[in-house]
Design a protein around this ligand. Structure first.
Ligand code: ADP
Ligand code: MG
Length: 284
């Protein structure tokens, strides 16, 4: 299957305050990142805090401008992040971001009706707005009773559903999710992951960023492991979790409370990496 979204050799650095006027290198937040995701698939990105995960998503959508090298391709076309707002609009509508803090994409002073209607307004449709609002809320497991309330009246899990609804309003084909469940209680996390699974079933592609590899074991088809701006390991999710090739990945697995049998997995990983000698190996 052909990729819907790809990055090719993406390199991006934040200008550091100290070096802005000098020729010192900037902080390299992305270092040669080439990844791809296909329709209906979930690309999971895992790595510790500061490894460049958010930078990757922000660079893809254009929040970091056009000051990167390499390319972002959407449906086979290179995205020009320096292009006009109007010419980028179709890309912006098709590739939506979901953040850890769902409040961030919902205006605290506006009703949900206002926020969702505004998001739906930019999309041509024939159905009446009330029907479209009801259909949108239904997709995220909520209903019209949410419409005349403001964000402060909802729980974290409900807010994340509403933020996802806002993102879905433009019928995106790719959702870039930055730690979308990290701020939620474990039981609510499972509900939101279930919602993503349903959306995936509808054909959406996902790039799902988390520092918790355990979450990815449930949702990702492919996992890319990032460390200091680089992709250090990428492969089918099951292989990455059951048989990591990099010590860094094995350490992430050991640190994931939600992965079952992680002791055994870790032992297996360590053995393959030659970090320990088992009794059986010692006899040979
Ligand atoms: P992650 O999402 O994996 O925690 P980030 O993409 O946020 O990692 O950060 C990657 C690197 O870029 C880190 O070294 C971080 O300190 C740096 N960084 C992130 N945002 C900025 C910024 N706005 N300005 C300067 N440096 C930043
Ligand atoms: Mg981040």
């Amino acid at each position: 299957m052909t990729a819907i979204l790809e990055t090719e050799r993406l390199i991006f650095g934040y200008p550091s305050r100290r070096t802005a006027a000098s020729s010192e290198p900037v902080i390299k937040a992305l270092d040669d990142v080439s990844l791809a995701v296909e329709p209906g698939r979930v690309l999971g990105i895992v790595g510790e805090s500061g490894s460049g995960k958010s930078t990757l998503l922000r660079t893809i959508v254009g929040l970091n401008g056009s000051g990167y090298t390499g390319s972002v391709r959407f449906r086979g076309q290179t995205v020009d992040h320096s292009a006009s707002k109007a010419s980028l609009a179709p890309f912006r509508a098709a590739v939506q971001m979901i953040f850890q803090d769902p409040g961030g994409s919902l205006n605290p002073f506006k009703t949900i009706r206002h926020t969702l209607s505004a998001a739906l307004d930019s999309v041509p449709a024939t159905a009446p707005m009330t029907d479209r609002l009801a259909a949108l809320l239904d997709r995220v497991g909520m209903n019209e009773t949410a419409l005349d309330r403001r964000p402060s009246e909802f729980s974290g899990g409900q807010l994340q559903r509403l933020a996802i609804a806002r993102a879905l309003a433009s019928n995106p084909s790719v959702l870039l999710c930055d730690e979308p469940t990290s701020a939620l209680d474990v039981s609510i996390q499972a509900q939101i992951l279930g919602l993503f699974a349903a959306l995936k079933h509808e054909g959406s592609a996902f790039v799902f960023v988390t520092h918790n590899l355990g979450v990815l074991g449930h949702v990702a088809d492919t996992i890319a492991v990032m460390f200091r701006g680089r992709v250090v390991e990428v492969g089918p999710a099951r292989e990455i979790i059951n048989n990591p090739q990099q010590p860094y990945t094995a350490a992430l697995i050991a640190a994931s409370p939600r992965l079952k049998n992680r002791g055994a997995l870790m032992e297996n990983a360590r053995r393959r990496l030659g970090l320990v000698t088992t009794a059986a190996e010692a006899r040979t």
